[in-house]
Design a protein around this ligand. Structure first.
Ligand code: THU
Length: 160
């Protein structure tokens, strides 16, 4: 018998102003995307902005549906848009912001498990890490240098 410990490292920023300059812009883009979310059922808006290696920024936001599971998270709307529009172009960074319409969430809100799994596919496919910055509606921002830091024991194609 052996115990295995898995550790992860994240960077924490106090606010948007503390982020690297280009990431400040990316997070602002995510905030703009968040405001355009279609979230009439949860009243919880999420925005994502991706920076591609060709310099393009791709936005996504959550798109809900009266048949609840038919909706999609902001992160997946953004990465699938990137994959559909710019296949083969690497994603360098993702900025995410999420907040309720009823109160402003001030702690960093990480991507859900399904979005982590989807981002993992893109990271492995492009063979280079994706930096992930996540915030609530405002306040502190957390950053992981790679999706791998957010999802230990990833299920990937090597198991198929
Ligand atoms: N949501 C996202 O867009 N991203 C996540 O990572 C977690 C949840 C959306 C889905 C749904 O529209 C709303 O937030 C409430 O769960």
């Amino acid at each position: 018998m052996q115990e295995i410990k898995i550790t992860t490292t994240l960077t924490c920023y106090d606010n948007i102003a503390e982020l690297p300059e280009n990431v400040q812009e990316l997070m602002q883009s995510a905030v703009e995307a968040r405001k355009k979310a279609y979230a009439p059922y949860s009243n919880f808006r999420v925005g994502a902005a991706l920076l591609l290696e060709n310099g393009e920024t791709i936005q996504g936001n959550n798109q809900e549906n009266a048949a609840y599971p038919s909706g999609l998270c902001a992160e997946r709307v953004a990465i699938f848009h990137a994959g559909a529009t710019y296949p083969g172009v690497k994603i360098k960074q993702i900025a995410i912001t999420a907040t309720s319409d009823h109160h402003v969430n001030k702690t960093p809100i990480p991507p859900c498990g399904s979005c982590r799994q989807s981002i993992a596919e893109y990271e492995m496919r492009q063979e280079s890490p994706i930096e992930i910055y996540f915030m609530g509606g405002e306040g502190k921002i957390m950053k992981s240098d790679s999706l791998k830091d957010l999802l230990p024991l990833i299920f990937d194609k090597s198991y198929l």
